[in-house]
Ligand binder design. Structure first.
Ligand SMILES: Nc1nc2c(ncn2[C@@H]2O[C@H](COP(=O)(O)OP(=O)(O)OP(=O)(O)O)[C@@H](O)[C@H]2O)c(=O)[nH]1
Ligand SMILES: [Mg+2]
Length: 388
């Protein structure tokens, strides 16, 4: 609960929102922090402020480093393939070994801790597509170092593989990683609802409700006005209450689909592996896989787990007088013929006459459909254009 902040604190937060440079933001946050009353209800808020301040300090340092001539660490990885998935875990759990086994990437597998110091990339083939796997430098339990940059990498990705070492305490590794991520605004379980607030130059407070709102729109207007926000678009997804709206002012929680991969099972007994699997799958509702980068494992099964959590489908386009393309378009589940038309060419929507489809979403092969037809994985789509 972060409600009931005194007006003075709210006014300080407004100053933070209006600040432009990281230096101004940091100063405004310092003032905000000292104006926030410290009690159970503001614990999370205070934690967020402290973390945001640490991030800003890092940003300022990075800027100074750049100005001094040394290039900052390059942690951004351009997306390639069907999706970008980040391998996340503590040091020496075998992330490099897994990356090498799954993608053939040239990586340093080492017994020395923290051997991987920059993101390393490899392409993992699955059916007729490829996933881009990125090994993130290991999370440092003591904090600091590149931890924040790894969070940035994760936030920019499409999904996460949490890698645990079966030969060490898997439970505490999982707890540690989950609370680290949550502390940085990343959750791996789909939240029951979330809110996006976009500031607008005019138009008042507009609520766009895609879910279930557990308060009135007037409540939202009053709340935002108390932060001197008079123009904004508030988007509601899933089940949301007024508290969630206030939280969204301070921090955007990011949801990333994930699977848990327990590596080095070759080092434990079959009995132990079974118990571990049962225990972990009861603990967290994420797909779980036991593996060994040394002994090898079922790559296709891992590919299938990734494909499922990423919520994607493959669609093959076909010209009216030709064969379907061998390379599929990757679209979100629930995508329609309109999305395919847009992906091919912007004129295709304007000139669209009808489409013919083959595959799971077709009632019969070659069914004629319109732009709003929802597609399925493996479908073939032929778009027929109007003649001028
Ligand atoms: N027995 C066994 N050893 C493994 C397995 N996977 C990796 N290792 C060993 O564990 C050690 C660490 O492996 P890395 O792949 O370098 O670990 P990492 O997670 O990339 O660690 P960082 O150095 O922090 O990047 C190496 O000595 C590997 O040979 C496995 O499945 N079984
Ligand atoms: Mg490594």
């Amino acid at each position: 609960m972060v409600t009931n902040l005194p007006a003075e604190a709210k006014a300080k937060f407004v100053k933070y929102m209006e600040a432009k440079t990281p230096e101004e933001k940091l100063k405004a946050l310092e003032e905000f922090l000292s104006a926030v009353p410290k009690h159970k209800g503001t614990e999370n808020l205070v934690r967020w402020i402290r973390r945001r301040m640490a991030e800003l300090r890092e940003e300022i340092e990075e800027k100074q480093r750049k100005r001094a001539g040394s290039s900052g660490l390059q942690f951004f990885v351009e997306k390639e393939g069907a999706a970008q998935v980040v391998l996340v875990g503590y040091t020496k759990v075998g992330k490099s070994a897994l990356l090498k086994y799954l993608t053939g990437a040239k990586v340093e597998i080492s017994d020395a801790p923290y051997a991987t110091r920059f993101p390393v990339v490899g392409m993992m083939p699955y059916k007729d597509i490829q996933f881009q796997l990125v090994e993130a430098p290991s999370i440092i339990p003591e904090g600091g170092g590149w931890n924040t940059k790894v969070v940035g990498l994760i936030k920019n990705s499409d999904g996460v593989i949490i890698v645990l070492d079966a030969a060490k305490d898997a439970d505490s590794q999982l707890n540690g990683l989950l609370s680290f991520l949550e502390g940085h605004g990343v959750v791996l379980e789909k939240p029951r609802g979330y809110v996006e607030i976009e500031r607008a130059p005019s138009g008042g407070i507009r609520v766009v409700n895609y879910g279930i709102l557990k308060c009135t729109e007037d409540n939202i207007v009053t709340l935002l006005n108390s932060y001197r926000i008079y123009n904004a678009i508030v988007k509601v997804y899933g089940e949301v209450d007024l508290d969630d709206v206030e939280k969204a002012l301070f921090e955007r929680i990011v949801y990333k689909p994930a699977i848990v991969l327990v590596n080095k099972v070759d080092l434990i007994t079959g009995e132990h592996a079974k118990t571990l699997e049962k225990y972990l799958s009861m603990k967290i509702p994420l797909p779980l896989m036991l593996a060994s980068a040394v002994k090898g494992f079922n790559k296709a099964y891992l590919g299938e787990l990734l494909f499922n959590i990423l919520n994607i489908i493959r669609v093959y386009t076909k010209p009216p007088t030709g064969e379907p393309s061998s390379k599929p378009l990757i679209l979100k589940k629930g995508s329609t013929v309109l999305d395919v038309a847009k992906a091919i060419h912007k004129d295709f929507v304007k000139r669209f006459a009808y489409a013919r489809i083959w595959g799971r979403s077709a009632k019969y092969p070659g069914q004629r459909v319109g732009l709003d037809h929802v597609l399925d994985d493996g479908d073939i789509v032929e778009i027929v254009l109007k003649k001028y």
